[in-house]
Ligand binder design. Structure first.
Ligand SMILES: NC(=O)c1ccc[n+]([C@@H]2O[C@H](COP(=O)([O-])OP(=O)(O)OC[C@H]3O[C@@H](n4cnc5c(N)ncnc54)[C@H](O)[C@@H]3O)[C@@H](O)[C@H]2O)c1
Ligand SMILES: O=c1ccn([C@@H]2O[C@H](COP(=O)(O)OP(=O)(O)O[C@H]3O[C@H](CO)[C@@H](O)[C@H](O)[C@H]3O)[C@@H](O)[C@H]2O)c(=O)[nH]1
Length: 433
């Protein structure tokens, strides 16, 4: 099959490369020339395990190419996949300008042969209809079916998630498009759910909102565990043993970040409000998340009193989660903002996200080259991202470097008892020492 993928962010690049690996001819389009040139040279603009090798292999085998020329790519393709960003706008609604610009460009390029246009970006309910309207406005002879096939990959495991999806959702109104999209996705899974377009668009928001709800739920339970002397790790384990609950997405921490959960919960809230419905549960999910990182500040105040000025903070981890250098809505940024405001000095280390952080906040903090350098003479260690490298740290190794044995463990990585035995003041999230 001949496919154009518009947008070479995580979703466009990973799904385009995977479709190519399955034997399709894929042209990936991006409007940023620098990105396209980088990709043509076999380099990738994001950190994603296994992706670079796969891009290089498929390029070398001649099935995967990169261009800024959307018109030419669309003309050559039967399927056009839109995978551009839908970031939050001021109101919380998804900013649809990138998707609609692509729709206009596709409309100008589409000609009169039948084409299937697929929204893979996470988009508000009703977007496929709007994209079709825009295309037809540009070319009223276009023979086009606009469908919804949402993406469920996670950053850090995007390649394996794409090759082994739990399910593929195909939302279409047209038999021809349905047949094409089943053929395209069949090699990936038997678990294909066919729906109408609007339900497919909603499945994506509902799935992310549900996962965000699980996280805010366990964070709320952790905060109550703190107050009553229970241990949230055991509580989550005990809950997760019930098949109806399941063990996943019950890790208490500093709240969810990243490019999806924060923006998609806000977008769903906005969609509900637009129809005069007050989504009370989603408000609570968002509020709990907005507050969760502040427990670090309360813990700092609890340990050091109001006198935090000049304290040296060793910050372990910057990325919103391990195995990515994505800093979008990373809790580390909010913590940095507050602790520097309180006059503390921050030295941070992340195995791969330092460059991205520097682009965002420059020299607001100091950056270390490794863990040892980060910990040196620290008054307090704050663990923000659960990289394996940090999980392997022993209390003794930390103690050797720091000035004061104080650890705030925002991801419950360390064993509270070992920390206590080693003489640390230790605070996890909903953990008992
Ligand atoms: N990142 C994820 O893990 C993930 C997972 C599932 C779904 N999604 C959804 O997929 C969509 C894309 O997310 P992302 O993280 O890959 O986005 P991104 O912001 O990382 O990348 C989007 C790319 O699209 C390009 N682009 C924008 N307008 C263009 C145009 N007119 N022509 C050509 N290229 C254009 C940009 O230059 C950029 O390279 C979003 O809606 C997101 O919510 C993301
Ligand atoms: O038990 C958990 C699980 C996750 N998180 C946090 O939740 C956020 C999101 O994590 P994760 O879901 O692993 O990462 P994403 O790459 O953002 O993927 C989510 O968002 C994507 C974009 O829509 C979807 O495609 C994926 O299915 C969905 O998992 C991160 O800050 C994690 O630290 C927790 O705090 N506790």
């Amino acid at each position: 099959m001949k496919i154009t993928v518009v947008g070479t962010g995580y979703v466009g690049l990973v799904s385009g490369t995977c479709f190519s690996e399955l034997g399709n001819e894929v042209i990936c389009v991006d409007k940023i020339e620098e990105k396209v040139n980088m990709l043509k040279g076999g380099d990738i603009p994001i950190y994603e395990p296994g992706l670079k090798e796969l891009v290089q292999k498929n390029q070398a085998e001649g099935r995967l190419s990169f261009t800024t020329d959307l018109e030419d790519a669309v003309k050559k393709s039967e399927v056009v996949i839109i995978a551009v960003g839908t970031p939050s706008s001021e109101s919380g609604a998804a900013n649809m300008s990138y998707v609609y610009t692509v729709a206009e460009e596709v409309g100008q390029a589409i000609g009169s042969d039948f084409k299937v246009v697929v929204n893979k970006s996470t988009v508000p309910i009703g977007t496929a209809e709007e994209v079709k309207r825009i295309i037809l406005e540009k070319n009223n002879t276009a023979d086009v079916s606009v469908c919804s096939v949402p993406e469920f990959l996670r950053e850090g495991s995007a390649v394996s998630d794409t090759f082994n999806p739990d399910r593929v959702i195909i939302g279409t109104e047209c038999e021809r498009a349905r047949k094409t999209l089943i053929e395209l996705h069949k090699p990936l899974t038997d678990q294909i759910l066919l729906t109408d377009v609007r339900s497919s668009e909603m499945i994506k928001y509902a799935s992310n909102a549900f996962l965000a709800t699980k996280i805010s739920f366990i964070n709320e339970i952790a905060n109550i565990c703190d107050a009553y002397g229970a241990d949230v790790v055991d509580v989550a384990k005990g809950m997760g043993l019930d098949d109806r609950i399941g063990p996943k997405f019950l890790q208490a921490g500093l709240g969810y970040g990243g490019s999806c959960f924060p923006k998609d919960t806000k977008a769903l809230i906005h969609l509900a409000e637009e129809k005069a419905y007050e989504p009370q549960l989603l408000y609570a999910v968002k509020d709990i998340n907005d507050r969760q990182y502040q427990r670090v500040i309360h813990q700092l105040n609890g340990i050091f009193g109001e006198d935090t000025k000049g304290l040296k903070v060793a910050l372990l981890g910057l990325a919103f989660k391990p195995n990515t250098d994505d800093m979008r809505d990373a809790p580390s940024l909010k913590i940095i903002e507050e602790v520097t405001e309180l006059g503390m000095e921050v030295v941070a280390y992340d195995p791969i996200a330092i460059e991205r952080t520097q682009e965002l906040i420059g020299d607001k903090i100091n950056y270390a080259k490794n863990v040892t350098e980060t910990l040196q003479d620290a008054d307090v260690v704050i663990l923000v991202t659960e990289w394996d490298e940090f999980k392997q740290l022993s209390p003794a190794a930390i103690k050797e470097q720091v000035r004061r044995p104080v650890v705030i463990d925002g991801r419950n990585v360390f064993d509270p008892n070992q920390m206590k035995e080693a003489g640390f003041i230790y605070h996890g999230v909903g953990r008992q020492v």
